[in-house]
Design a protein around this ligand. Structure first.
Ligand code: ZN
Length: 307
């Protein structure tokens, strides 16, 4: 990596194993490549990774030479979702809030804790990253599931390889979709309902048909095609790109995305609370293993799920 690993400001408090470089940062000319780097866990997103992604994005935003940012996943899969069960699961660890001005979730009970945490690390962080003032491209291969969708969706463009697949299976937990509820805007309401009602995995070609991804390319060409597009965009004026991004994002919000997400975040937390009230936990008794067992198509290596 030409610039060394991105800042990794928090990596546990000793209660989880130290993992070096859960996100890497590399600058290739005018393009910054931010790479999720927990391939042994299919890039499951824990909080260490969340704050490392944020630090890498900040580095790219602050570097005046960077024109375009590519978000990639190391290994066979882009991201199999939020970390539900790796040794590095760190939902109980305190990290300084970056996205929300709210109290820390640690030592808070019930919904107070859940709301504080998810507003910070899920909804808040995703919104923060969507507003990065430079074009972002998600380069997606293999699994892009639940929390993985959120990472791809906050990017401006999505280039998928022909082996990529997408799903949000959290309705199996009784929860109406992931925290960053962009579904009706990124694929249309009817497709969103099929996507959520079935929890099925949909391939890249289907995702493109719905308008959720920009291009589908052979796996072997994913990086070269993504970098070529990034290069092309990088020839445009930086401030013009920033204003254009704002123009489209503001228009999308005027189509109801931001307000819709706020309202659905309430339903999401009602579902968590209902699960906790009638059962043993806020995930409806589901975990990475049971989610995987119920996945409708075969890729037994994936740990679908989220929290
Ligand atoms: Zn949640």
């Amino acid at each position: 990596m030409s610039d060394g690993p991105a800042a990794n400001p928090a990596n546990g408090d000793g209660s989880i194993p130290y993992e070096p470089d859960v996100v890497t940062y590399e600058r290739r000319g005018a393009i910054a490549v931010v790479t999720l780097n927990r391939p042994g866990y299919r890039n499951a997103q824990n909080s260490v990774m969340t704050y490392a992604i944020d630090a890498a994005f900040e580095q790219a935003v602050e570097d005046p030479e960077v024109k375009v940012i590519v978000l990639a996943g190391n290994g066979k899969h882009f991201s199999a979702g939020h970390d539900l069960g790796t040794p590095g699961r760190d939902h109980h660890v305190k990290y300084p809030n970056k996205a929300a001005l709210w109290w820390d979730h640690i030592d808070r009970p019930g919904g107070d804790q859940r709301f504080a945490r998810e507003m910070e690390v899920y909804l808040g962080m995703c919104r923060r990253w969507r507003e990065i003032p430079k074009p972002t491209i998600a380069m997606v291969q293999g699994a892009c599931i639940a929390g993985g969708l959120m990472l791809a969706w906050v990017c401006d463009l999505i280039i998928a390889s022909d082996d990529a697949f997408f799903s949000d299976p959290v309705v199996r937990m009784g929860i109406p979709g992931v925290e960053y509820f962009a579904h009706p805007w990124v694929m249309g309401p009817r497709a969103a309902k099929e996507f959520l009602y079935t929890g099925d995995r949909f391939d890249a070609t289907q995702a493109k048909e719905w308008g959720m991804v920009n291009r589908v390319v052979p796996r072997a060409d994913l990086e070269s095609e993504t970098m070529a597009l990034a290069e092309k965009i990088s020839a445009m004026p930086q401030f013009g790109l920033a204003l254009t991004k704002k123009a489209v994002n503001q228009s999308e919000d005027l189509m109801g995305m931001r307000a819709g997400m706020d309202s659905v975040f309430g339903l999401h937390h009602f579902a968590h609370a209902h699960n906790a009230e009638v059962g043993t936990d806020s995930l409806g008794g589901m975990n990475a293993r049971t989610m995987k067992a119920q996945a409708s198509t075969a890729d037994a290596k994936n740990t679908d799920g989220k929290d």
